[in-house]
Design a protein around this ligand. Structure first.
Ligand code: ZN
Ligand code: ZN
Length: 277
């Protein structure tokens, strides 16, 4: 039986930018960003990329009636699964939705409602019959989610803004740091502070250091910067995440081999990966 105080992490979508469900990507997975964290009897969902659809099917089967959805931001690869999150259409479920980048920009409810709007999408947000609450906060605040679970947050360097989360429960911690761009040679102090001593750091590793110069200003980082940050912050374990849709399984396997030579227990995220802290 699982330790009741444990914190578990499960990856449902590991891609950035756009889903890539074709054979050369099946080893690591084609769905966009969605990570499930369970702690203190709660279900937390980090982003609603296309990976949230199969997670929704699981929650329906489990009859889990409550979850919190924490958005890093609202670019398509982080929201496109939300309209296909089946339990949100059922009245016996309730979901709290949080975002840290829209407090001064109209709020997360308006952003989601605008996304689910004709002529781009036929089913409006109002059709969802679950109890939905929407909370905007300025990135940098700490959210008390109840039952001893809290989420510290920090703003990230990304077009239109994004929020990093550090979920803490019973002395364990997992950080979700995507999407963010670093300045080479200058570690992001806000990220360092957030991930200080964390057990697990899920990090925007869209590019390699060699690829970054051609993508300056695109808002993404590299797996090598993840290694440097985790080392510097005294965090325990890096998870390479938000894979570039141009990086097929062969490329990702190569990144995994390079990562293994740089880091004892760093991991490349793949769909279905489960970690217990
Ligand atoms: Zn993204
Ligand atoms: Zn983005």
């Amino acid at each position: 039986m699982a330790d009741a105080s444990a914190l578990t992490v499960r990856f449902w979508g590991v891609r950035g930018s756009i889903a890539c469900p074709s054979p050369a990507y099946m080893g690591f997975g084609g769905n966009t960003s969605c990570v499930e964290v369970r702690a203190g009897g709660r279900v937390l969902i980090l982003d609603a990329g296309t990976g949230i659809r199969p997670l929704g099917q699981l929650l329906r089967r489990e009859e889990s009636s409550q979850a919190d959805i924490l958005f890093s931001h609202t670019h398509w690869d982080h929201v496109n699964g939300f309209p296909f999150f089946a339990p949100a259409f059922e009245p016996d479920h309730s979901f709290r939705v949080f975002a840290g980048h829209l407090a001064d920009e109209g709020g997360i409810r308006e952003a989601i409602a605008g996304h689910m709007h004709e002529p781009m999408f036929p089913v409006p947000l109002d059709v969802m019959k679950a109890r939905l609450s929407f909370t905007d906060f300025p990135a940098g605040e700490t959210l008390d989610l109840g039952t001893g679970v809290r989420a510290r947050t920090a703003p990230l360097n990304h077009p239109n803004g994004a929020t990093a989360y550090r979920i803490e429960h019973a002395g364990r911690s997992v950080c979700y740091v995507t999407d963010t761009e670093h300045v080479p040679g200058r570690p992001d102090e806000r990220v360092l502070e957030l991930i200080d001593g964390a057990d697990l750091v899920i990090y925007d590793s869209t590019y390699t250091d060699a690829e970054l110069p051609a993508h300056v200003g695109w808002g993404h980082s590299t797996w090598q910067e993840g290694v440097r940050l985790v080392r510097r912050a005294g965090a325990r374990r890096l998870v390479v995440f938000h894979h570039d849709p141009d990086h097929d399984d062969d490329v990702m396997a190569g990144i995994g081999r390079e990562l293994a030579s740089e880091s004892d227990d760093g991991l490349v995220a793949r769909e279905g990966l489960r970690l217990e802290l």
